[in-house]
Write a protein of this length. Structure first.
Ligand code: UT7
Length: 331
């Protein structure tokens, strides 16, 4: 019997309707379009407004429904729903459980997975392992974040970067050797002081004081995070290539976390890839945290061909980072 590998067999995506442009941000904080574009590569991002819907679950449900409708898949066949997110609907109750019920995945178990901007990448490893084990046949992995719920729109160092969105992929068994080939995943807890949100967790529960001191918003020491992200994302991508004897001609696509165009360019450069092989949509969505990787797959699905070699790379809070090598499974 041939070995079972875990392949992505369907993708979906969703971004909310409201567009927050650099020009609009100029009226909110001391910034300008030229600075944002040249330092980050971002032109606009999407924001989920209450008139449209609420919570990361809204985005996750839309992305999952897009996937199911596009490929005509019956939700009742799904065994497991994982929602990768840094902004769950609420503490304690699983966002994934709600999403699974809403999309009709009534036979699935469901849970959330949190590793900041690496949530989806780590989720790929988790989802693929369930498939490779032979235990489950259909695992739906969704990356969804409503970053606007934890952004301080008076802080120009963070509000220009993040946006809201969601993407979904389905993992299924493959006997042609396609799907996930190798992974190199890392974490370093000393990084948590440089990127995170102080209050609202068990370490600093919500209080009048935390609200007054604006502790429920994300903070980032941009320069430090930038340095770690540039070297670590490039390191892991290069390592995955070496370990699998891939040179730049073998790599069909780099699928990088969309945090900053300069970080993506540095990673591609180290891999010896020209920009025609780099998937990018940061200019339209900004950094959507757990949604960046699946939104790339959803936006560029038509260009991906069966057998293509994809190298994923991400870096995020914690710190968490890593790279995955995956062979695309369909046209
Ligand atoms: O996804 C999770 C991982 N996150 C990341 O990978 C993000 C990593 N960091 C970055 O992408 C970049 O560090 C930023 C985009 C956040 C900032 O870019 P930078 O080139 O590192 O800028 P900087 O923080 O060094 O600031 C340069 C200058 C400063 O002014 P002075 O001190 O030189 O006078 C800032 O005060 O730019 C100023 N500045 C701004 N100016 C206009 C900071 N934010 C803004 C702004 N508009 N929004």
């Amino acid at each position: 019997m041939s070995k079972i590998t875990a392949a992505i067999t369907a993708v979906g995506g969703y971004v909310p309707k409201f567009v927050l442009t650099n020009k609009m941000l100029e009226d909110m904080v001391e910034t300008n379009d030229e600075w944002i574009l040249s330092r980050t590569g971002i032109k606009e991002r999407r924001i989920l407004k209450p008139e449209e819907g609420e919570g990361s679950s809204y985005l996750a449900i839309k992305a999952a429904q897009n996937l199911l409708e596009k490929r005509n898949i019956n939700a009742e066949e799904i065994d497991l729903v994982i929602v990768a997110t840094a902004t769950p609907d609420s503490m304690v109750a699983s966002t994934a459980a709600f999403v699974a019920s809403e999309i009709g995945a009534i036979n699935a178990f469901a849970y959330d997975l949190l590793a900041a901007c690496s949530s989806f990448l780590f989720g790929m490893s988790t989802a693929a392992s369930y498939i490779q084990s032979g235990k489950y046949k259909k695992v739906l992995l969704i990356g969804a974040d409503k970053m606007s719920s934890i952004i301080d729109y008076t802080d120009r160092t963070t509000c220009i970067i993040f946006g809201d969105g969601a993407g979904a992929v389905l993992f299924e068994p493959n006997t042609e050797g396609l799907g996930l080939q190798d992974e190199y995943l890392r974490a370093d807890g000393s990084g948590r002081k440089y990127l995170g949100m102080d209050a609202g967790g068990s370490l600093m529960p919500a209080s009048e004081e935390t609200v007054k001191n604006r502790k429920h918003y994300i903070y980032q020491d941009g320069k430090t995070v930038f340095k770690f992200a540039v070297s670590n994302m490039a390191d892991v991508a290069e390592r995955i290539m070496k370990r699998n004897n891939l040179d730049h001609t073998d790599v069909s696509w780099l699928v990088p976390h969309q945090a900053n165009k300069r970080i993506i360019d540095a990673t591609a450069n180290r891999m010896g890839l020209d920009n025609t092989k780099v998937l990018m949509n940061i200019e339209r969505y900004g950094n959507t945290t757990s949604a960046t990787l699946p939104l790339l797959l959803s936006d560029f699905e038509k260009q991906l061909k069966k057998g293509d070699n994809l190298v994923f790379a991400a870096f995020g809070g914690g710190f968490t980072w890593g790279s995955i090598y995956l062979k695309w499974a369909y046209n």
